[in-house]
Design a protein around this ligand. Structure first.
Ligand SMILES: C[S@@+](CC[C@H](N)C(=O)[O-])C[C@H]1O[C@@H](n2cnc3c(N)ncnc32)[C@H](O)[C@@H]1O
Length: 133
């Protein structure tokens, strides 16, 4: 699942890396409209939805979120929704400007995960970096 997928630039890259189901979500109707047009013929499901409203359970192996977390209004709810959406041993990769001045939500979310490992799962050090763009 690609959170805050925008026009699907990276969602399409993800599509090329897996045979699994690929879902892109974004609350912007305009972004999703463009993503759908640009992804014609590719097996990608796009949903006009905010991360705060996702209700997947035990569905995804990987959640990807590039340059969007800083816009999410409720980091605790976001992390809970993501955790619920992931399968056992699933992983989330978040890229965000990790500076308080740009992205206080991200710093807050990392603190929550560190504070309460039982609720949110364990933090793994980044083992491999994949450059998609
Ligand atoms: C800078 S764009 C990044 C787009 C894409 N991830 C990329 O890297 O090309 C940030 C995106 O986050 C989306 N966004 C903002 N608030 C959101 C929310 N609450 N839930 C999901 N996406 C959100 C915006 O609509 C926008 O498309």
């Amino acid at each position: 699942m690609d959170l805050g997928c925008g026009t699907g630039h990276l969602t399409r890259k993800i599509r090329s890396l897996t045979n699994g189901k690929v879902v892109g979500i974004d609350p912007s109707r305009g972004m999703i409209k463009e993503a759908v047009v640009k992804s014609r013929g590719l097996d990608i499901v796009y949903e006009i939805k905010s991360v705060e409203d996702i209700d997947y359970e035990d569905t995804f192996d990987v959640i990807f979120c590039n340059s969007a977390f800083q816009w999410f209004k409720e980091p605790e709810k976001t992390i809970k929704n993501c955790y619920r959406s992931l399968r056992r041993n699933g992983r989330i990769g978040i890229q965000a400007p990790a500076k308080k001045v740009y992205c206080p939500n991200f710093i807050e979310a990392i603190k929550l995960v560190k504070r309460d490992k039982m609720d949110y799962g364990n933090i793994c050090p980044l083992q491999r970096t994949m450059v998609l763009s």
